[in-house]
Ligand binder design. Sequence first.
Ligand SMILES: [Zn+2]
Length: 57
Amino acid sequence: MTSASIKRVACPQCGKDAIFSPENPYRPFCSHRCQQIDLGAWANEDFRIPVAPEPEE
Ligand SMILES: [Zn+2]
């Protein structure tokens, strides 16, 4: 059980707390909406890239 190791970061888009864990597929954003705002400059909703696992400390 790892309930005590939830890591939070500030969403780059809106600045709210975002849960930085596998349960948040939009990390480091807080939500799908913020992620799409960031990606919207170059991607459309039908285009996806694989999410590479990031090393954790
Ligand atoms: Zn956000």
